[in-house]
Ligand binder design. Structure first.
Ligand SMILES: [Zn+2]
Length: 207
């Protein structure tokens, strides 16, 4: 019991730190939100400039009160189910994801700095080797991230049902005023809702 208290205290501290120091927005409070038959504790903030909700590395969910209040209840449910799926993912896959995330920095480093070897007179074959190594690490991470996002959308479609999922997703997409960088990221790591629905139908055919 006492250990749980310490963990909760650390989670709170790290989550508030995450909101404040990464400038995700102004922290408001930790409180419950009720959507559908869910009652979930989240860390609310406002004036955010990124995604409206996010699961942190400490298994907490941060929730942009101001941007989420401007969307429909169905869209909020979609966001919540997606984030809950991230949070409740099995520890093995989470370990793989964090491992790949830690590999990303050396991967990018190899990729960006390998051309410098050429200037130092290294043979071209060496450059090819390091570009292939760097690219493989980065591509591997992107693939794992993509699977993670599709998994979260898949859990959301299971929770909401096809129609609600598609309606909420389409409305959410058209309503977002994402920056160019965010739009590119969306294309790279998110699966189109139609493809999530296809997967859902295939896996539920026998039902
Ligand atoms: Zn996600």
């Amino acid at each position: 019991m006492r250990q749980e208290g310490v963990v909760e205290w650390a989670q709170t501290l790290l989550t508030i730190g995450f909101i404040r120091y990464l400038r995700r927005g102004d922290y408001i409070e930790k409180s419950d939100i009720s959507l559908g038959d869910r009652n979930v504790e989240v860390y609310k903030f406002c004036q955010g400039n990124g995604p409206p909700a996010q699961k942190t590395l400490w298994d907490t969910i941060i929730w942009d009160k101001s941007s989420l209040e401007s969307i429909t209840v169905e869209e909020q449910e979609l966001v919540l189910e997606h984030e809950l799926s991230h949070r409740d993912r099995n520890p093995v896959y989470k370990g793989i994801f964090i491992g790949a995330l830690l590999m990303l920095a050396p991967g990018l480093f190899i990729l960006l700095y390998s051309p410098l070897h050429l200037l130092n007179g290294a043979p071209l074959t060496e450059l090819v080797d390091s570009v292939v190594a760097g690219f493989s690490i980065v591509a591997g991470f992107v693939l794992i991230w993509r699977i993670e996002e599709m998994w979260a959308d898949y859990d959301a479609i299971c929770a909401l049902g096809e129609d609600k999922f598609m309606t909420a997703y389409r409305r959410f997409k058209t309503g977002s005023d994402a920056s160019m960088a965010h739009k590119i990221l969306e294309k790279v790591v998110y699966t189109k809702p139609e493809n999530t629905r296809r997967l859902y139908r295939r896996l539920h055919q026998s039902d």
